[in-house]
Design a protein around this ligand. Structure first.
Ligand code: ADP
Length: 515
């Protein structure tokens, strides 16, 4: 989209950007969407995030600027320094800036201590308000001249607010877009603190950031952005209802057509089995994992995947049985992700009589970690649980597993089901949010579908879906290979989603010019 003969400039502000910092899908999106936007030729993206203590900027070729920047917040001026570099990876150049300040660099975790999953730092409101405000100061001081500020989740909702109410030195009208990656996380603090962090008195009420007597930063994005997006069309509808809106369904409904659902893409530069550096053997081919792939190449691809499976079984201490279906789950261990369903399925031995192995990789809530630990003691030959965050193992798991299990209670988009399809690892999912928008239920008769879906949130329904998958695995080999091939050739790349974002940006620009 051209503004007065040039492409539009978009400033992304986010608390995560893969591969530098990531706790989940948010990081993956920021590692890919900005580049996909720049690659359309109609936008130029900039990304601003924070330099956390665990992050080594030099590892990503980031250079420290000597000049410091003074960021006004809560009645003080905060001196920050900047690391400057580019979003890692091939393709279009996307400038990346990291805000360096003790509130980030002296903390090893992004949101809380790494050894206490689920625990937040007590001053997160202040930390992310600083990131939000610093991004605007940086845009002015580096003369980036953005046309639009794009905030992601509650952590950078205040960047939208500050841009909208004029707390910046850019001296121009800014369009704003806010994306909800997960509505569950609202960014709560006291109203007094929100006021101290720059929310004007008239914006502290229910029509502003107030939420049940507190301030919810996410409302600064929802209420003040010109346009709001979320990460799948189904989730965009679901969050208008009490079941998924978590108290914000009224706000979401009131957005009307200012709220758009855009399915996330998968970053195939990082997630393709033919180029994945983490796999013991690469397999598949970019030009024809689908119907055009000749039989020889296809058999080679399957052999490659079989080797990845054998290596994964060995690595996890499971017996190297090629014909035993290997299920996988890689996830934050929370109720949102349906980990309680997996635990109850295993605890009640609902798959008794079936031959399977299951690898679970994740960190999360202690009560779920404890249940999984107990289950490994009970089923040592079946279950391999790794309570860790391990990027390399997550890739090897996608490569080596036969099925990916993702029984989410709700799922704004979900990325692992997209990666799984590309790795020939059919997903077994609950049909909610982005899972419903990306996985098509398998039907042997019509030879259609890319995975296995269920709707009721309970362990028997999950069990039924897994049993269907296991029976397809042990059934007609050609039909099962058809399922794998359909998944591998499905295209969930970012190009299409980037186009949809451009459309929303255009609407936001028109809105901002309308006043
Ligand atoms: P969410 O953002 O809700 O956590 P998504 O499915 O959108 O869920 O994204 C999760 C991302 O985080 C995926 O890239 C997944 O591989 C990764 N991930 C989650 N847990 C782990 C883990 N323990 N080790 C490595 N990667 C993980």
């Amino acid at each position: 989209m051209w503004i007065l003969g040039r492409e539009m400039k978009v400033l992304h502000v986010a608390s995560e950007v893969a591969p530098l910092s990531k706790t989940g899908g948010l990081g993956d999106v920021l590692g890919a969407l900005p580049r996909a936007l720049t690659q359309t030729g109609e936008a130029t993206s900039y990304v601003v995030s924070a330099r956390y203590g665990s992050l080594s900027p030099s590892e990503f070729g980031m250079a420290r600027r000597l000049r410091t920047m003074s960021v006004p917040l809560a009645g003080e001026n905060h001196e920050v320094t900047i690391y400057e570099g580019r979003l890692p990876g091939p393709g279009a150049y996307v400038p990346l800036y990291l805000i360096d300040h003790p509130l980030f660099s002296e903390r090893p975790g992004i949101y809380g201590p790494p050894d206490q999953p689920g625990q937040d730092y007590g001053d997160n409101a202040r930390r992310f308000a600083l990131l939000s405000r610093a991004a605007l100061t940086l845009a002015a001081s580096f003369d980036l001249r953005p046309d639009l500020v794009h905030g992601h989740d509650w952590q950078t909702a205040l960047a939208v607010y500050y841009a909208r109410v004029g707390h910046h030195d850019l001296g121009r009208r800014l369009a704003t877009v806010f994306t909800v990656h997960n509505l569950l996380f609202k960014g709560l603090c006291s109203l007094g603190e929100a006021a101290a962090l720059g929310v004007a008195p008239q914006d502290l009420g229910p029509e502003g950031v107030e939420f049940w007597g507190q301030a919810a930063f996410i409302k600064a994005g929802l209420k003040f952005a010109h346009r709001v997006t979320t990460v799948s069309p189904t989730y965009a509808n679901e969050i208008r209802t009490p079941e998924f809106g978590y108290g914000l369904e009224g706000v979401m409904s009131a957005l009307g057509d200012r709220l758009t659902g855009i399915l996330n893409g998968a970053d195939y530069e990082r997630w393709s089995p033919w180029s994945d550096p983490y796999l013991p053997m690469r397999y598949g081919h970019p030009e024809g994992t689908g119907s055009t792939l000749d039989e020889d190449r296809w058999q080679t691809a399957l052999a490659g995947k079989a080797r990845c499976k054998a290596e994964l079984q060995r690595e996890l201490g499971l017996s190297p049985r090629p014909r035993t279906p290997l299920l996988a789950t890689i996830s934050r261990l929370t109720e949102q992700k349906g980990i309680d369903l997996i635990c109850s399925l295993l605890e009640n031995d609902l798959l008794a009589g079936s031959d399977f192995q299951w690898v679970i990789l994740g960190r999360g809530e202690p009560w779920l970690e404890e249940r999984l630990r107990a289950l490994t003691t009970r089923f040592p030959s079946r279950l391999a649980v790794r309570l860790a965050y391990d990027e390399a193992l997550s890739h090897r798991t996608e490569g080596g597993a036969d099925f990916f299990v993702m029984p989410s209670r709700f799922e704004p988009c979900g990325l692992n089901q997209l990666y799984s399809m590309r790795y020939g690892t059919p997903p077994i999912v609950r049909a909610t949010g982005g899972l419903a928008d990306s996985v098509v239920d398998y039907d042997a008769r019509s030879k259609s579908g890319t995975g296995f879906c269920f709707t009721q949130y309970d362990a028997p329904s999950l069990t039924h879906a897994i049993r269907r998958a296991l029976s397809a695995y042990g059934g007609d080999p050609m039909a099962f290979q058809g399922l794998i091939r359909r998944g591998m050739r499905a295209d969930f790349g970012w190009a299409q989603s980037a186009r949809a974002y451009l459309h929303v940006y255009k609407q936001a620009l028109l809105d901002s010019h309308a006043g």
